[in-house]
Design a protein around this ligand. Structure first.
Ligand code: HMH
Length: 218
């Protein structure tokens, strides 16, 4: 069995808490509190801005360490999508009257961004970083695709957000990232595999806490 599938089976409870969180489930069933959505929007804009240099560092690792030239193109495609995403956040924030310049990053967000920064270090192996990248993207893809699947009652004004990460193209892209991670993991020594697994677990925990911020209790 491929490594990522094995981990998802082993840590299914944690993966499910990230991809079937009460916040995204409330979008799906239409009961979402719009102030929670706005809080998520402001915080995620801050996160995405920190995600850009992480992806840049991943591109550099791929260029130095990858055994397959096409990895660079996949990551570059992800980078291009992020460029579009930053513009989208600005438009979406203005639509919802969320002031991005006055949004203060919450503690969880700062911690998650600091964790991303630790993964940018040249000491961190390409395999570990690309596996983390897959996990970060996959949580959003799974979460938001679920908001658009059969039986969902997602409010019309939130469908565009769900489409952004829940569309089939983004699903394909996440699948490609998973293939890259699996290919690398297969060729990796035990210590790298353990590091990558621990990193995926951390990502999933941060993703749960990130969704929790939408509750506005912190
Ligand atoms: C917190 N995780 C978080 N924000 C995002 N935008 C993504 C993942 C996916 O890009």
């Amino acid at each position: 069995m491929l490594m990522i599938q094995k981990w998802l089976n082993q840590h299914n409870e944690l993966y499910t808490s990230a991809t079937r969180h009460p916040f995204t489930l409330s979008i799906r069933d239409g009961s979402v509190d719009l102030s929670a959505f706005k809080r998520w929007l402001g915080q995620d804009y801050i996160f995405v801005r920190a995600f850009v240099p992480f992806v840049a560092s991943l591109l550099l690792k791929a260029w130095k360490e990858s055994d397959d030239d096409s990895d660079i193109e996949v990551i570059l495609g992800g980078m291009a999508a992020l460029n579009d995403e930053v513009s989208w956040f600005k438009r979406e924030a203005s639509k919802w009257s969320v002031s991005l310049s006055s949004t203060v990053p919450q503690k969880t967000n700062l911690e998650y961004c600091r964790f991303l920064e630790s993964l940018m270090s040249p000491e961190v192996d390409y395999t570990v970083a690309v596996t983390a990248f897959w996990a970060i993207e996959a949580v959003y893809q799974e979460s938001y695709a679920h908001c658009l699947s059969d039986g969902s009652k997602t409010p019309e004004e939130l469908k565009e957000t769900c489409q952004r990460w829940g569309n089939d193209g983004f699903g394909q892209y996440c699948h490609t990232l998973q293939n890259i991670a699996n290919r690398r993991l297969e060729k990796s020594p035990e210590d790298i595999i353990s590091k990558a697994e621990a990193t995926v677990m951390r990502v999933l925990e941060y993703e749960v806490e990130f969704w929790n911020m939408s509750r506005g209790e912190t």
